[in-house]
Design a protein around this ligand. Sequence first.
Ligand SMILES: C[S@@+](CC[C@H](N)C(=O)[O-])C[C@H]1O[C@@H](n2cnc3c(N)ncnc32)[C@H](O)[C@@H]1O
Length: 393
Amino acid sequence: VSPAAPDNRPPAQLPAPAPDELTRSNELAQLIRREIAAAGGALDFSRFMELALYAPGLGYYSGGNPKFGAAGDFVTAPEMGNVFACCLALQCAEVLRALNGAEILETGAGSGALAADLLAELERLDTLPTRYLILELSATLRARQQAALARRVPHLAARVQWLDRLPSSFRGAVIGNELLDALPVERFRVTRDGITQLQVGIEGDAFVWRERVAEEAIQQRCAPLALPEGYESEIGLAAEAWVRSIADRLDAGVLLLIDYGFPRAEFYHPQRAQGTLMCHYRHRAHGNPLRLVGLQDITAHVDFTAIAEAATAGGLAVLGYASQAMFLLGCGLDEIAQRSDARDIAAHTRLAHEINRLTSPAEMGELFKAIALGRGVSAPLRGFRLQDRRGRL
Ligand SMILES: C[S@@+](CC[C@H](N)C(=O)[O-])C[C@H]1O[C@@H](n2cnc3c(N)ncnc32)[C@H](O)[C@@H]1O
C-alpha cells in the first residue's frame, strides 16, 4: 500500500458552510472515521462515497439540505420546468398503451417535480397508470416528494406509492433521471506495477487517498482498455449491478435512463486521464470528494456501454440510445413547444430558455444521453425515431 498522488487540481473557492451544516458534516466524518478504523485503516472509495451520500440522516442525499434548484447545489432537467416531464410522458404513454395496463416506477425521484409533472401530463394524455411507484433511498427526499405531490397534483397523489425496495416483478416503464450518476463508483489508477484501487484513509483529522492492488473485477475491466501509466478513472460497478437487478425483475416493459456520460471508448478517452468524478457545492463544481463530507454532491459520468452490457446480460434488449436533445425531440418536444402562447412574452421566453438548456449542445443536449432497455416491447420507441446511436455503444 502506497499513498496515492495528491489531488493536483486547484482547490476551488467554495462558500463557507453554515455552523449547523459543519456540525452535521463533522458527525458524518466521525462515523466514517470509525468505519475506516474498523476496516483496518482504509475504505474502498465506493464505500466512502456511499456513506458521504447516503449515511442515514447525515449523508448528502439523506440530510435536510436543499440539494436541487437555485438554493441548492445543482439543477436537474425536471427542476427547470415541465418540458422534460411532458416529453417523458409521451414516451411513457406509448409504453403503457403497448402493454395495456402497466405501471410506472420512478427510481431516485429527487424533489418529486418529475413525478408531479409526468402524472399531470399523463392525465392530459388520458393514459394515467393505476399506480405510480417511487423507489427513493433518502427518507428526507421521500417526505419532500410526498409534500410536492400533495401540493401540485392533490387529485393524483393517491396513485403514488413509495417502495422500500425493488418489487419482485414489474410490468411497465421504469424511469431514472440522473440516478446512475449518483451511485457509488470505484476509482482506479494505472501504475507501473499494475492497476491500483483508490481507497480513503485518515491522516490526523483529514481524509486522504490510499491505494491497494485493485480487486479482480476492476483488473479485468481495465485490461482491455490499455490505459497509460498515471491514468485515473472510475468504474461504476454499483450502477451495473443496479441495472442487472432491474433486468431480473422486469417482466415486460422499458427501463429508461437519462444521464450524463459516454460510450466506453469515449469514457476512457486518453484525454480524460483524471476520470469524471465531480463534486457540486452551491453551484460550484470541483474535483475533491474528500472535503465537505456530506455537504456536497459527489457524482461520476456513466459508461453507457457498461449499462448496455449489464442489461443484455440480464436478458434485456437495448431499444435505443440517443443524445438527450434528439431523444426529447423524438418524444415530441416540438408539439409541446407549440402549446405556448407567443403573446405571453414572459412565459414564451421562459419556455425558449428551458428548451435551450435541455437541448443545446453547449448545455445538456449532447452530454446527457437517453438509453432504453426492455423486454417484451417490440415496437420502435418514439424517443429514438430521430436518432439511434446503439451502434456506438
Ligand atoms: C442526482 S439525484 C436526481 C433526482 C431526480 N431524478 C432529478 O432528476 O432531479 C439522485 C436521486 O437518486 C436517489 N437514489 C440514489 N440511489 C438510489 C437507489 N439505489 N435507489 C433509489 N433511489 C436512489 C437519490 O436519493 C436522489 O433522489
